[in-house]
Write a protein that binds this ligand. Structure first.
Ligand SMILES: *Cc1c(COP(=O)(O)O)cnc(C)c1O
Length: 465
């Protein structure tokens, strides 16, 4: 069995099941495996030609074996990806002689978060049934995460989900992806206020210990180790299809919370040859600055055309830091406590050097992002979303000739961000056929004031129903 430890060193050794359910470790750290399984070259080569769910089963197996046996895991992986609207699950599309898009938006909510959350929903359901427990998942969203979580939980036994979004402050597509889900375990609250108000309400509900116990509150945010692990699969699957054991790819990854890039790092740690991971940010560039200077310094969040990357504190950065500090949880804890106080954290050059040439990082302005959408469309006829465009722009800038195929992660479907895409290409992107009627589907949500008592009353009342 692989034991998991906290990045802050204070949570002992935990099995996969506990890590899955807990999300965050009780010392405030993030879980990571204590020892990493390694797939030798022959083992990876043996995965080529397998379907996406089969590849996932083989790769995840050593990580989860204390929780799911092989047949069970295979069943969960098959079901998780059965609803994806493309036969290849994560197709590769060529846009230039040595440039590829890895399309990760064929899941139910049209963004890459479905890859992890669809599987997590099934894993939760299985474990809760075994334990005879039920939970209420509560979360705040400014867009993508809420809908991916709702679609992961809808209709599943022993769990329900309550998502708070800021009333009239999310896009119509994003809202409808949450509010048109027809399942009696899904509840949407539109809060009269901002995203920060929503987050504060969720925090306050978790901080109310009596309420948290009474409702069995749980979260599915991006710090859950199982989410990262599930995402490592598409790096391996894509590399194998490009012959990547011979010519290791350069991956360009549009980044917010550092979860998706870190999944690429996981793929490399378990043995996948990766030439480079290009960390692509928008103007909210704390991560780009970190890789350039070794200093992680808080900036102010500015809104951009890539809202899912408008983040200044990248929660999964702590996982990389743990490695840079040689797995010394006490050092990580001190560094982060200091960061909370001063807004700054520096990693010694000697330690940064250990990252070698693996990471390269850069940022794209909004103008560059629009120009990249236009250029890719003119060159290849492919329409890409603004987040993907940040990856393409920075990836092309930083990849050097002869370095291997460039694989840009296409993290969202262009129709999720129609305004920017239309502006750049002159054409309005259309939703895929299975979502074409999204605008006419019936919506279900309540509008509440940003008032803790009112929100708690709603959660209690719907829980009894
Ligand atoms: C969440 C998201 C990202 C950022 O992913 P991280 O794992 O937070 O780095 C990028 N693009 C889209 C479309 C997203 O939804």
């Amino acid at each position: 069995m692989i034991a998991h430890v906290s990045t802050r060193g204070g949570a002992g050794r935990r099995g996969f099941e506990e890590v899955l359910l807990a999300g965050l470790a009780e010392d405030g750290g993030l879980f990571l495996p204590e020892d990493w399984p390694r797939f030798p070259r022959e083992a990876l080569a043996a995965l080529s030609g397998l379907s996406y769910p089969e590849t996932a089963t083989r790769l995840l197996r050593p990580f989860v074996e204390d929780c799911f046996d092989e047949a069970e895991l295979a069943e969960l992986c098959a079901r998780a990806y059965a609803g994806f609207a493309h036969a290849a699950t994560a197709p590769l599309v060529q846009i230039a002689p040595d440039d590829w898009l890895l399309e990760l938006f064929h899941g139910p909510t049209l963004a890459f978060k479905d890859f992890a959350l669809q599987l997590l929903g099934l894993m939760f359901e299985r474990v809760l049934a075994r334990r005879g427990r039920s939970i209420t998942i509560v979360g705040a969203t400014s867009g993508d995460t809420g809908s991916a979580a709702i679609h992961a939980v809808a209709g599943r036994a022993n769990m329900r989900i309550v998502v708070l979004h800021p009333h009239e402050r999310v896009s119509a597509v994003q809202r409808r992806q949450m509010t048109t889900v027809d399942a009696d375990n899904v509840f949407n609250i539109a809060v009269r206020g901002t995203f920060d108000d929503c987050q504060a309400l969720v925090k306050a509900m978790f901080a109310d210990t009596a309420f948290r116990r009474e409702q069995d509150l749980a979260a599915v945010n991006s710090i859950n180790w199982a989410r990262i692990l599930a995402q490592a699969v598409y790096y391996v699957h894509a590399a194998l299809r490009l012959g990547g054991l011979e010519r290791p790819p350069v991956f360009a990854v549009p980044t917010g919370n550092f979860g998706d890039v870190y999944a690429g790092y996981v793929a490399r740690r378990i043995g996948l040859p990766v030439r480079r991971l290009i960390v692509a940010t928008n103007r909210n560039d704390i991560l780009a600055r970190f890789f350039e200077t070794g200093i992680y310094r808080l900036g102010e969040v500015v809104p951009t055309v890539t809202p899912s990357m408008d983040i200044q504190v990248a929660s999964n950065f702590e996982r990389l830091l743990f490695d840079l500090e040689d797995g010394d949880g006490a050092r990580v804890r001190r560094a982060l406590e200091n960061f909370t106080k001063t807004g700054e954290l520096a990693v010694e050059p000697g330690r940064m050097a250990r990252l070698g040439e693996l990471f390269r990082a850069g940022r794209a302005t909004e103008e560059e992002t629009r120009a990249a959408i236009r250029r890719v469309f003119e060159e290849s006829g492919q329409v890409i979303d603004p987040h993907t465009a940040v990856g393409v722009e920075v990836g092309r800038r930083l990849r050097r000739p002869g370095e291997g195929p460039l694989v840009c992660l296409a993290t969202a479907h262009p129709a999720k961000f129609p305004e920017t895409v239309t502006e750049a290409t002159g054409r309005r992107p259309t939703l895929p056929p299975h979502l074409a009627d999204l605008v006419t589907r019936e919506e279900r949500f309540v509008v509440l004031d940003a008032d803790l008592a009112a929100v708690q009353e709603f959660v209690r009342r719907t829980g009894r129903a």
